[in-house]
Design a protein around this ligand. Structure first.
Ligand code: ADP
Length: 200
């Protein structure tokens, strides 16, 4: 079941979805991986994506790593989707949470922006994101949700990407994103909950 808890928002000509699910099942043009700088795989969503995508994905990651070295936090690179349904995987490295005074929010925003720019260059119409940095990297979920959503909503105003989906792995994370999306919709002109959009 991949669209449990689905909530849909509109911004300009684009949609923003929040669902509970496993990102490896997504059929969007691209999925985003919360990778680590080594690009050599790890636990959490990275491990799940590598397992589902098969050895070709790790081989591509190793090639990029050999050519360009470690990927710094806030940056993104793209590979094929290998055996996944998604055509592309965009790998980005989130910040490790320290105490919030070390540029964590700026780095996290950069992950979302850089991933969106790559998706646009790859002509993707739809992209799925996990909740970057809120697992092993320890970023407080509500703070991460606020930054993630504000960055994506701003970007979607002028983007060629038509659907962004946050695929959230558990109810707690989904609740944080839902709460912050509601707050953002109350504040940001043109960002509307789909039910509100339908009723207006
Ligand atoms: P980070 O190192 O950036 O914190 P993690 O992979 O540890 O990355 O966690 C990021 C988020 O991804 C967490 O909310 C975690 O529960 C979630 N996650 C783990 N597996 C999946 C999956 N298969 N699909 C979507 N989200 C997942």
């Amino acid at each position: 079941m991949n669209d449990a808890g689905r909530q849909q928002y509109r911004i300009g000509g684009s949609l923003l979805d929040l669902i509970i699910g496993d990102i490896t099942n997504e059929t969007t043009d691209a999925i985003v991986n919360a990778a680590n700088s080594s690009l050599l795989g790890g636990g959490g969503v990275d491990g799940a994506i590598q397992r589902a995508a098969g050895p070709l994905l790790l081989a591509e990651c190793k090639r990029i790593r050999a050519q360009h070295g470690p990927l710094p936090p806030g940056r993104a690179v793209a590979t094929s989707g290998a055996s996944l349904k998604a055509k592309h995987v965009i790998h980005t490295v989130g910040p490790v949470w320290q105490d919030g005074s070390n540029g964590e929010a700026a780095t996290l925003a950069s992950c979302y922006r850089e991933s969106m720019k790559l998706a646009e260059q790859l002509s993707c119409l739809s992209v799925s994101f996990p909740s970057i940095s809120t697992g092993a990297f320890g970023y407080p979920v509500y703070d991460a949700a606020r930054t993630a959503l504000a960055t994506i909503v701003e970007h979607l105003r002028t983007s060629s990407v038509k659907t962004v989906r946050f695929v959230l792995f558990d109810i707690r994370t989904h609740r944080a994103y839902s709460t912050e999306a509601r707050k953002l919709a109350a504040r940001v002109p043109g960002f509307q909950f789909e039910d509100d959009a339908a009723g207006s």
